[in-house]
Design a binder for this molecule. Structure first.
Ligand code: 5GP
Ligand code: ZN
Length: 124
């Protein structure tokens, strides 16, 4: 299947190299790059290169294998960024903003990988 591409989608334009980004990991099916407005010392976005899944719910429903591989890719990014095995404070957070109420702005599914410092405990 030919990879879907939407020229009105910011993340498709990054995949296509039409908008520059600081890429930290590039594989056949995924791209990981630094968020332009980081919310933690390390803030990386991981996306499937293929457009067509607007959010994690659609991705999980329609392509659970790709959803699982996106999580594994995020874990690999966290390891590569030194978050997983950090000697002082190991750990990181995965976030999927899903829909307007969560503040989702780009409807090309993306995993936020956040870390590099003590993160406030969500919900506390
Ligand atoms: P959302 O709010 O949809 O979950 O996440 C979209 C993310 O994309 C935001 O954290 C935002 O800072 C990031 N972002 C928006 N425009 C750009 C851009 O041009 N380049 C990069 N690297 N990140 C961007
Ligand atoms: Zn897209």
């Amino acid at each position: 299947v030919e990879a879907a591409y939407d020229d009105s989608c910011l993340f498709c334009r990054i995949v296509a190299g039409q908008i520059s980004a600081t890429v930290v990991r590039d594989s056949a099916d995924f791209l990981a790059f630094r968020d332009i407005a980081p919310q933690a010392p390390t803030h990386v976005l991981v996306i499937p290169k293929r457009h067509g899944y607007r959010d994690v719910a659609q991705l999980a429903a329609e392509n659970p294998d790709l959803a699982a591989r996106l999580l594994a890719e995020g874990a690999e990014v966290a390891r590569q960024e030194g978050l997983a095995d950090n000697e002082i404070r190991p750990g990181y957070r995965f976030v999927f903003n899903t829909g307007d109420a969560a503040g989702q702005t780009v409807y090309h599914v993306h995993l936020h990988v956040l870390g590099g410092d003590a993160l406030g405990h969500f919900g506390r």
